[in-house]
Design a protein around this ligand. Structure first.
Ligand code: M6R
Length: 596
């Protein structure tokens, strides 16, 4: 959600910034812009639409060694050229890009900027105008930025250039991700490491309410009060090639097919020298000592959390509850005496999850984050972290992170207490193998997508028990990338209202991997068929019937929904492809949702 790139050094910045912004495209955006400082002049170019559109408009003759760039996902003001970033102060001395939301924008306009003529409808412009106002009143630039920060309430990551200073790039952060990258003779800034990984793998984490002064040789970090912070950079273990599509047409396809590898990678990361499961005893002790696990997550990660609850309750006999992060904060359930809060989040930056983390930490509760991004905010701020080892997930639609979350949750539950004696590693190896065989059936999924999903307006996934959770995820995948209105339903709930929506040729896809509900779900299929639905069945081999459309090889019942994720991800992929949708960057969506 919005992306920032900044560079100061010896090379011409335009390409560095544009390529960095392209690496952040996956986060979601609707306009983009760039500012280059050259000969004490600032060149700004910004456009609605894609970075490719921005490229067309950039004046190639402008060169400079200091610049900032931005991809905007509109919150305040429509996505148009004027509201795109960078924004400039009235005299054009300061140029700024911003991620986040300023909550007291209106109050600041009235209190400090009643005489200012604003150019845009954005909250961001208030920040750059405030900096200029304080400088005009006689403050040094650094102080003016820190004073501005202290008046802002809300979230921000800022990159700022001053046209009177060719040697400094300024930055600030609060509740929105920002990293500084250390180079040889240059330094960088970006919303995440992927935008900088082609140039450096040495990064500084930036804490909330910190201010940065960056020159080509140095990165200085200060608190909002001006005290210098001494922090060592860390080395990121991302490989630049992990962020490339390779031979695949879309990142989503690449990431679907990486899932068997991800399961095997997780097993190797969480095993000891003898090949047995291994997780830090501190984490296990904290979970064993709690009386209930509260899993907090959003979207796909929430769906993984629903499966995780089953693992904790069925494998470890530990009570667990799963709560949507944005709901928890306004409607907190009764909390038990010794809870443990588990945050499941691919990005580790989701603002709704972070709000809960801050709250439960204030209440003194233990916290654990499961995330794919080392050094992310939720990882840094929780008591413990377990990494997902899925590698960078670029497509907005989450696929391999979902599989990684479920895999780590299964290992964790079995390590906490394996009451049912399940051999999780053996079962996961089987799932990885089944996934590989399922990936070979691409053509079949494409044909089914063509037959069922090409023309339809809506679609339903139905399932019971563990399959119901899979249906929720399958429905989210299909709707977010193909724009077909899709719902996942507990099959037994259909006749309590939703069956009214079934008409001739409505696609209803049933998932049946659990033996005890096989016949029940099959009778629900008959009910919808009798009302004209076009039904498709995805089943497990041991309970499959002749006419079932997709049959998944047998696996342990607790883990079988994990194998069945492959066909539903492909159905979504091909439906979107056939309907001409932008698969990796679906409309209105952002990969990393950093505003509440
Ligand atoms: O980074 P997170 O896992 O916290 O993100 C939560 C959701 O925004 C995310 O899972 C979203 O639902 C998926 N990208 C959808 O495919």
């Amino acid at each position: 959600m919005c992306g920032i790139v900044g560079y100061i050094g010896f090379e011409d910045v335009k390409e560095i910034i544009l390529q960095g912004l392209e690496k952040l495209e996956y986060r979601g955006y609707d306009s983009a812009g760039i500012a280059v400082l050259h000969d004490n002049e600032v060149y700004v170019c910004k456009e609605k639409g894609r970075i490719a559109d921005l490229r067309q408009h950039i004046d190639k003759s402008v060169t400079g060694n200091i610049g900032i760039g931005h991809t905007r996902w509109a919150t305040h003001g429509t996505p148009n050229q004027i509201n795109s970033h960078p924004h400039q102060s009235s005299s054009k001395r300061f140029t700024l890009v911003h991620n986040g939301i300023i909550e007291n924008e209106e109050e600041l306009r009235q209190k400090y900027l009643s005489d200012t003529e604003f150019q845009s409808d954005t909250d961001t412009e208030v920040i750059v105008q405030l900096i200029e106002k304080f400088v005009n009143e006689g403050e040094e630039v650094e102080l003016a930025i820190r004073h501005t920060m202290s008046r802002l309430s809300g979230s921000y990551a800022l990159a700022i250039i001053d046209k009177q200073d060719m040697n400094t790039l300024y930055a600030a952060k609060n509740k929105t991700p920002l990293l500084a990258g250390k180079g040889e003779g240059f330094n960088m800034l970006a919303s995440d490491a992927m935008a900088m990984i082609n140039h450096t793998n040495l990064f500084y984490e930036i804490e909330d309410k910190e201010f940065l002064k960056i020159t080509k040789d140095d990165i200085e970090i200060y608190t909002i009060y001006g005290n210098k912070v001494n922090r060592q950079p860390y080395k990121a273990d991302i490989d630049a090639s992990d962020t490339e599509k390779g031979p695949y047409a879309h990142y989503m396809m690449k990431e679907i097919e990486e899932q068997p590898f991800v399961i095997r990678k997780i097993m190797s990361e969480y095993s000891n020298k003898c090949g047995n499961m291994n997780i830090s005893t501190e984490i296990l002790q904290d979970i064993r000592n709690c009386d209930k696990i509260y899993i907090i997550a959003c979207g796909t990660s929430y769906h993984a959390g629903l499966v995780g609850k089953q693992f904790f309750e069925k494998i470890a006999h530990k009570p667990a509850e799963v709560i949507i992060a944005s709901e928890f904060i306004y409607n907190m359930p009764l909390i038990t005496e010794k809870p443990l809060f588990m945050f499941v989040t691919q990005s580790g930056e989701t603002a709704d999850c972070r709000a809960v983390l801050v709250k439960v930490k204030e209440m003194g509760y233990k916290t654990l984050t499961l995330t794919n991004v080392k050094g992310s905010t939720l990882s840094r701020e929780a008591d413990h972290t377990l990494l997902l080892y899925a590698g960078p997930e670029i497509a907005v639609a989450s696929t391999k992170a979902y599989t990684a979350q479920i895999t780590v949750l299964a290992i964790l539950a079995a390590m906490v207490d394996n009451k049912i004696g399940i051999d999780v590693f053996k079962e996961l190896s089987k799932i990885a193998y089944i996934m590989e065989t399922l990936c070979n059936d691409r053509e079949k999924y494409k044909k089914l997508a063509e037959e069922y999903l090409l023309k339809t307006r809506n679609c339903f996934y139905i399932g019971r028990s563990m399959d119901y959770f899979l249906c929720l995820e399958a429905a989210l995948k299909l709707k977010e990338i193909s724009y077909i209105q899709t719902e996942g339903f507990a099959a037994g709930e259909l006749k309590h209202g939703t069956i009214a929506l079934i008409e001739k040729d409505t696609p209803v896809i049933a998932v049946i991997t659990q033996e005890n509900i096989n016949l029940n779900t099959r009778s629900n299929i008959k009910e919808v068929k009798a009302r004209g639905a076009k039904t498709m069945v995805i089943s497990m081999r041991r309970i499959s019937q002749e006419k079932d459309n997709i049959v998944v090889d047998d696996a342990h019942e607790l883990l079988s929904p994990l194998a069945a994720i492959i066909p539903v991800q492909y159905l979504a992929y091909y439906a979107a492809l056939l309907r001409g949708c932008d698969i990796d960057k679906p409309r209105n969506l952002a990969k990393s949702v950093t505003v509440e």
